[in-house]
Design a protein. Structure first.
Lengths: 374, 198
């Protein structure tokens, strides 16, 4: 993967003690920026990506040659307006787009880490990314934004660094990963482990990859990102390039063909072990437990202005789980706004062209920026 | 802007912490922010209106006052405003108690069903009254618990809260309501405005 040499990387020298007990230092943190940092350094927004995202938020991703994962929301004149704001996004540690992850070589053994890589948590991810603020000389971010696992990072970040951002926008997320979500993640991990190419995580040394397992993991996960209504409207029972059923196990239906395609393109850009590590990080996320059952305590030291957004058809991170965060914030008199956006696009709504969402996100950011919050 | 907004604003002290329950498109919130420099939050049931409020830079949460006020701790606000929506709740008693739990004081406005036009409407037409401030038919009205100014005063004694100040709006003019003029205000007041306490 030589194209990856264009990736901007910060080498974090400072030791980082991980939740699993290990300490890492001199590790790479790959990042990308959009727009420019103003003289006051008060226009920076740190965007956190979700499970399969990366630092290439918008424009053409130089590695995949496809549109960045949040092209609808981030760019010139868009919700997160790069003419106005300086947008930073880092690949999470444990990931596979240049940041320290399981596909890196272990300097001690000179072998690819694979499953010898330490287990990473959401807490570890944000503790790695705080180093970007020092690197850019930013005392306080204007905002932190993220959907899904990105939203979990928003919550963890503000809990760890209560005075490092003026606003915080957790979208379609939760403060505590539910049993259902752990179950879906486990399904994905088991699909990877069931592929004999996985070889207990040592596939790199054998020059193979558990592509079939990873594709199945992606297919299963993809279903959870959509809604029943959305699927029905888009695909229904439409047949794939055929007039009738073929009485076999080819992809007769368009939905089958679509899922297979989603699976096949995913394996080209994603590492199976990273998928294991990042889903594990999500499963371990429980901010409620971290604060002994009182979520409000996670936010008690911050004066940041929150805006929480959920979607009507998101059954993976349903409105009630987002509302629990609102309730915890109201319980301590925090400055919090909340809206549930009408959309039939499921959990993926935050990544797609949902005008009400994009407009509201833009309005919140632009109005808050004009307020000159301290 | 509704005529009572100025009156509500006059009842609120500067720099107070205020919650507007059923804040609609945020017009009152903006007015109070500008005039009284209040620290104000809103709660609104309509998604569209919440988005309008956010676009105005207001801090608003989407929610239903009957279900979502319980998330606020006791005495979170100095004032809680409930504008012309008490009649739309399934249980106005619980709502009033919740307002006075989360706020030190509440400002409640009610469209007066005792107004002479409403009375004449029913007397002569024999059908449920339809007026400018109550434009719905009986079968599609959200106003399921209409009351009069007099009813509200009685209500204060029944569920035991104090009316600190009561005002009537008549043709855009505001006047005090007291025991002596209650019958008169109940006949001519279009809107009752009450500042209440536990």
């Amino acid at each position: 993967m030589d194209i990856k040499q264009n990736i901007k990387t910060l080498i974090v020298e400072k030791p980082l003690k991980l939740d699993c007990g290990q300490t890492i230092n001199n590790f790479p943190l790959a990042y990308e920026t959009y727009g420019s940092l103003n003289n006051e350094k008060d226009n920076a927004i740190l965007v956190f990506h979700a499970l399969t995202g990366d630092q290439f938020v918008t424009g053409i991703n130089p590695v995949t040659k496809k549109d960045g994962w949040w092209s609808y929301a981030v760019g010139s004149g868009k919700s997160i307006d790069t003419d106005k704001y300086f947008v930073i996004c880092a690949n999470v540690i444990g990931g596979c787009m240049g940041s320290f992850g399981p596909s890196h070589e272990n300097p001690k053994t000179k072998k690819i880490y694979g499953t010898d890589f330490p287990v990473i948590t959401i807490n570890d991810m944000v503790n790695a990314q705080i180093n970007l603020l020092d690197f850019f000389g930013i005392k306080k971010l204007f905002s932190i934004v993220g959907g899904s696992m990105g939203g979990m990072q928003v919550l963890q970040f503000i809990s760890n660094y209560p005075d490092k951002t003026k606003t915080a926008i957790p979208i379609a997320c939760t403060s505590s990963h539910s049993a259902q979500n752990i179950a879906f993640n486990e399904l994905g991990r088991q699909a990877i482990a069931a592929d004999h190419n996985w070889s207990d995580g040592n596939y790199n040394s054998k020059n193979v990859a558990p592509d079939k397992g990873l594709a199945v993991a992606r297919m299963a996960a993809h279903i959870t990102y959509l809604s029943k209504k959305g699927l029905q409207e888009k695909f229904g029972r439409k047949l794939q390039e055929r007039d009738d059923l073929k009485f076999g196990f080819d992809a007769d239906f368009q939905i089958e063909s679509y899922l297979r395609y989603q699976g096949s393109v995913f394996v080209d850009r994603f590492d199976a072990n990273s998928y294991l590590y990042i889903t594990r990080a999500m499963d371990y996320f429980d901010l409620v437990k971290q604060f002994n059952g009182n979520l409000s305590d996670a936010f008690k030291d911050t004066k940041a202005k929150f805006f929480i957004i959920s979607f009507t058809s998101d059954w993976l991170y349903p409105t009630q789980e987002n509302k629990d965060i609102v309730i915890a914030l109201n319980a301590i008199g925090a400055n919090v706004g909340f809206v549930e956006i009408e959309s039939d696009k499921g959990h993926d709504s935050f990544l797609l062209n949902v005008p009400d969402f994009l407009k509201t996100l833009k309005n919140f950011l632009d109005k808050s920026y004009a307020e000159k919050l301290s | 802007m509704k005529p009572e907004y100025k009156i509500i604003s006059d009842l609120i002290e500067k720099n107070a912490k205020v919650l507007d329950v059923g804040c609609d498109d945020g017009t009152l919130m903006e007015f109070l922010k500008t005039n009284k420099n209040v620290n104000i939050r809103g709660i609104e049931i309509s998604k569209e209106k919440v988005q309008t409020c956010i676009a105005k830079g207001l801090t608003v949460i989407e929610g239903n006052a009957e279900l979502d006020l319980k998330q606020f701790p006791n005495d979170s606000f100095e004032y809680v405003v409930l504008g012309q929506t008490l009649q739309a709740f399934i249980n106005p008693e619980i709502v009033i108690k919740e307002l006075l739990r989360v706020g030190n004081r509440a400002i409640v406005t009610i469209p007066n069903f005792g107004h002479w036009k409403v009375r004449l409407n029913l007397l002569f037409k024999g059908t449920m009254p339809i007026t400018n401030s109550l434009p719905h038919d009986w079968y599609n009205t959200p106003n399921i618990h209409m009351c009069t100014i007099k009813d509200f005063v009685k209500f204060s004694k029944i569920i035991n809260f104090k009316i600190f100040k009561s005002l009537a709006l008549i043709n855009g003019n505001v006047s005090d309501i007291n025991n002596l003029n209650l019958i008169f205000k109940n006949l001519f007041g279009e809107l009752g405005i009450f500042l209440i306490e536990k």
